[in-house]
Design a protein around this ligand. Structure first.
Ligand SMILES: [Mg+2]
Length: 302
């Protein structure tokens, strides 16, 4: 049986508008140009999904696959790799080129371990149901609104595309989203065969280069580096919404520098849905308290 994959609303979340003027100008443009000019570009792990659910960490799609597939022996090997490569990953003194080489080696060794163990395509739903993955409250509403209003969604994820797809299908069977991620190919018998290249890793700045998007974008992410998703994308206006999941781990000032709106303390999709309601001019527009003032100003300045 499929389990519930949606977390409860986040009671203590905070919504911060970083610069009132900038935020309102962007929202006003989105409002006046409407949903037909809007497109969503989003991260997946800990953006669509929660960071924690009832105090327990929610897995990323990569962790989900490792936890589901690896034997304890392989699992301890992967932990050893982490102990070796993670210090390199966060070491500020190592040059980007050297670091990139190490990160590639790490990635390949982990992928090799996964494929050596192997799994069937038909196992994926079971893996999701047995994992600690939870989507944020309000995400299903967000996806249906986008679908009903013909707003395209592109998910750019350094995780596992097959699991992004499988888990989303469980909450929105006909979603038609574009998933740009790392996909595993299966053989005719449905057995895992290989990772399809090119891979999407931490640096997302070039992945969408050359692709065409509508002129207005809402970007969603949970890391400051996620804003790089649009670095090589042409657009007129990009409203950037950041989920700041843990204020003890991530620097709020760094988030304030790159995002227009922060959803703090592992929040839910209520504020994002409000923004969509405003842009789509939904009947009897529902707007959360934090955005009410901005909305009143925008809507009366028709
Ligand atoms: Mg993420």
């Amino acid at each position: 049986m499929d389990r519930n994959l949606i977390a409860e609303p986040t009671a203590n979340q905070e919504v911060h508008i970083v610069d009132k003027q900038v935020f309102e100008n962007k929202l006003r443009k989105l409002y006046h140009e409407g949903q037909e000019n809007l497109e969503i570009i989003t991260d997946f792990d800990w953006t669509f999904t929660k960071y924690k659910n009832n105090e327990a960490r929610v897995c990323s799609t990569y962790q989900l696959l490792q936890n589901s597939v690896l034997t304890s022996e392989k699992s301890s090997y992967v932990h050893q790799l982490y102990d070796f490569y993670h210090p390199i990953e966060i070491d500020q003194t190592i040059s980007p080129e050297v670091k990139e080489k190490h990160m590639k080696d790490w990635w390949e060794k982990c992928n090799h371990a996964l494929l050596e163990e192997g799994f069937n395509k038909s196992d994926l739903v079971h893996f999701v149901n047995n994992s600690s993955l939870y989507f944020r409250f309000g995400l299903p509403e967000f996806l249906s609104k986008c679908k009903n209003q013909n707003i395209p969604i592109t998910i750019l994820s350094g995780g596992i595309g097959n699991l992004v797809e499988t888990s989303l299908k469980q909450i929105q069977p006909e979603n038609g989203m574009t998933i740009v991620s790392n996909f595993i190919d299966f053989d005719e018998a449905g057995r895992s065969k290989e990772f399809v290249m090119p891979e999407v890793r931490a640096d997302k700045s070039k992945v969408l280069s050359g692709k065409r998007f509508r002129k207005n974008i809402i970007l969603l992410g949970d890391l400051t580096s996620d804003v790089k998703m649009v670095q090589e994308v042409e657009y007129e206006c990009c409203l950037k919404i950041g989920f700041l999941n843990n204020v003890e781990v991530y620097d709020i000032n760094a988030f304030r520098e790159v995002y227009d709106l922060l959803i703090v303390h592992d929040g839910d999709f209520t504020a994002v849905n409000s923004i969509l309601n405003i842009v789509c001019k939904m009947e009897g527009v529902e707007v959360s308290e934090e955005l009410r003032e901005a909305y009143n100003r925008i809507s009366c300045l028709n």
